[in-house]
Design a protein around this ligand. Structure first.
Ligand code: ADP
Length: 158
């Protein structure tokens, strides 16, 4: 059975993430969307809040499960019996970081492939950081996130 994981911070999940999830879910029989902590980031939402938003966004996909992971991404993938790690690439700016991470993972676990999906052009500018900045200044969020995530962002910045 083909299985992939899609790791990220998802703080919060955006329409860009959701597009990657939808496309990856068509490539693999099972997709595990997993919240992994990135020590370089400060989070707005707790892991539990992020998981609830992910689960709500992914309930329409029958082969997608969402969870919280820990430790090295490749070890999590192995525990899940997944053979691929999905990552999204928006622009050249993503490339250097993603290259470093994917190469490290290749050294750690040769059997696990990183699969890059290019962002759709209309989401190539979109990041969780941009969304949080817009929300902080009470900007319009509809084109960036779902109604559920919009509500949660508005509550944070009330
Ligand atoms: P991380 O902290 O692991 O970078 P993110 O939640 O920021 O977590 O991103 C998870 C993955 O989703 C990364 O591969 C990132 O490049 C990708 N991604 C984020 N936003 C978009 C988008 N708008 N379009 C395509 N891929 C995206």
């Amino acid at each position: 059975m083909s299985k992939a994981i899609y790791p990220g911070s998802f703080d919060p999940i955006t329409k860009g993430h959701l597009d990657i999830i939808e496309r990856a879910s068509k490539l693999f029989e099972t997709l595990v969307v997993v919240i992994m902590e990135n020590p370089q980031k400060n989070y707005l939402f707790t892991q539990e809040e992020r998981l609830a938003m992910l689960q709500n966004a992914c309930k329409k996909f029958t082969n997608v499960v969402c969870c919280i992971g820990e430790g090295l991404t490749v070890n999590f993938a192995k525990k899940q019996n997944a053979t691929a790690i999905i990552r999204g690439i928006r622009a050249v700016a993503d490339y250097e970081y993603e290259l470093q991470t994917a190469t490290t993972n290749m050294m750690l676990a040769e059997s696990i492939e990183t699969v890059f999906l290019l962002s759709k052009p209309n989401y190539s500018f979109l990041s969780s950081s941009v969304v949080k900045e817009v929300a902080k200044h009470h900007g319009e969020l509809d084109c960036f996130v779902s109604a559920d995530v919009k509500q949660k962002l508005e509550n944070k910045f009330k």
